[in-house]
Ligand binder design. Structure first.
Ligand SMILES: Nc1nc2c(c(=O)[nH]1)N[C@H]1C(S)=C(S)[C@@H](COP(=O)(O)O)O[C@H]1N2
Ligand SMILES: [Mo]
Length: 428
């Protein structure tokens, strides 16, 4: 029986979501039992040939749970030249395998400029000093006694998606490689405002220099206004104490701002009346604009989105099939209010469904149903936040920055779908 086609939301096979759900449409993805050579089950269908795990007792569990051994491919990835080295390394999260908005702690991306320090929490101290009435020192035990807040928020390296900013032609890489330097966790910690009140930060203290306890002492200057607004000293991540990779035993967490300022292994906050222009902020984390001017302290992360299923180097298993397109959107300025998707290279767009909760400065999951007709096409997503900020095209982004600039790239991402089902990174 042929059914009437479902109402289109836009060109290229995007389906209007409400009527799609209401229609009880047969997705034709599952295998009908009859087709699998089995009669309609009067008794449980597998009774005759049960797998071995249904015939014996299971094994023992472990003290700290881990992922299924069958998911061994879902891991962070680093570049071989950096793997195992003590110096600069980047570990990217498998964003294409994530569903929901929380990144599993063991899969959180990581950027270490000076390797991963092994810190004894009993000997770690946090000092607040400089332009304060009372310089203060906290050990971990004391800090754990303070009132804390919990918020689900993303963390993104300003260099995320740098390959698309720099490479003249689109590199055929997967979403992990391109977009893997962003993650989203529930962060719990002590509001900086509380600690700053206790130290009596002076009105002249417009800046703070935050320093990590890693060998190499990662340092960034931040305006105190941001610390008072929503920054925390994070002690917990997704319900447990921070992972070493994320700054154990404590880190500065600065919501919505480039990852670099969320100083891990935080041990010192010096209140000053001007930025320190540290090595970490004068070099890598200053932007060169197209006209040669330098943009310092480009803190906030722009509005960004990416379709994660399907995405680069994946294979659509069948043409003329139903697929749910979906991905993640986020903005360093606030909440995501809209994500538009195009399945015809940007000629037409439809609103994707946003899956709640849509939290400020957090991942927001979006989806839209899609009937692929088996022809080559290009998929794109474009997010808008509550302040009306949206994503530029790659060409518009490139116009603003010098040719070699790569930080803060947040242009619309396009994936080319080939006739044979291959999905490839492309520039739209
Ligand atoms: N002390 C210290 N803090 C640091 C870094 C570092 O190398 N040392 N890397 C920064 C960078 S570049 C980023 S993007 C974020 C990454 O945080 P994550 O490793 O928890 O994902 O931490 C920032 N904080
Ligand atoms: Mo970073």
């Amino acid at each position: 029986m042929t059914r009437p086609p479902l109402p289109a939301a836009a060109g290229g096979g995007l389906i209007e979501r409400r009527s799609f759900l209401a229609s009880g449409a047969r997705l034709a993805v599952a295998i009908p039992l009859a087709a699998a050579g089995m009669p309609a089950p009067a008794q449980p269908p597998l009774a005759a040939n049960r797998p071995e795990w249904m015939k014996t007792l299971g094994g023992a569990d472990q003290a700290y749970g881990g992922p299924s051994p069958h998911e061994g491919e879902v891991v962070r990835r680093t570049h071989t030249r950096a793997a195992g080295t003590a110096g600069f390394s980047t570990w990217r999260t498998p964003i294409q395998d994530q569903r929901g908005i929380i990144t599993a702690s063991g899969l959180h991306f990581a950027v270490h400029h000076n390797g991963l320090p092994d810190i004894d929490p009993a000997r770690h101290r946090l000092v607040l000093h400089g332009l304060v009435e009372r310089a203060l020192q906290f050990d971990v035990e004391r800090l754990l006694r303070y009132p804390m807040v919990s918020r689900v928020q993303f963390l993104e390296c300003s260099g995320n998606t740098a390959a698309n900013a720099m490479s003249p032609t689109a590199m055929d890489v997967n979403a992990q490689e391109l977009f893997g330097e962003v993650s989203c966790s529930e962060w719990t910690g002590v509001p900086l405002a509380l600690l700053m009140r206790e130290a009596g930060v002076k009105p002249t203290a417009s800046w703070v220099v935050a320093e990590g306890a890693d060998g190499g002492s990662h340092q960034r200057s931040l305006p105190t206004s941001k610390l008072l607004d929503d920054a925390i000293v994070a002690l917990y991540q997704n319900g447990e104490r921070l992972r070493p990779s994320q700054g154990y035993p404590m880190r500065l967490f600065v919501p919505g701002w480039e990852g670099n300022v969320s100083v891990k292994w935080l041990h010192r906050l010096e209140f000053t009346d001007q930025p320190a222009y540290t090595k970490d902020e004068s070099g890598l984390y200053s932007e060169v604009l197209a006209d040669g001017r330098i943009e310092r302290f480009s803190f906030a992360m722009g509005v960004k989105s990416v379709i994660t299923h399907p995405s680069g180097r994946q294979l659509l298993p069948e043409p003329n099939g139903f697929y749910e397109l979906g991905g993640l959107a986020w903005s360093g300025h606030g909440r995501i209010v809209r994500v538009e998707v195009s399945a015809d290279a940007g000629r037409s767009w439809a609103d994707a469904a946003l899956h709640g909760p849509t939290l400020p400065k957090a991942f927001t999951r979006f989806t839209i149903p899609w009937q692929w007709d088996g022809k080559a096409t290009t998929l794109m997503s474009r997010a808008t936040d509550e302040h009306g900020r949206t994503q530029p095209t790659r060409a518009t982004w490139k116009k603003r920055y010098a040719a070699h600039a790569f930080n803060h790239y947040h242009a619309v991402q396009a994936w080319r779908v080939h006739k044979d089902g291959r999905v490839e990174n492309t520039y739209a």
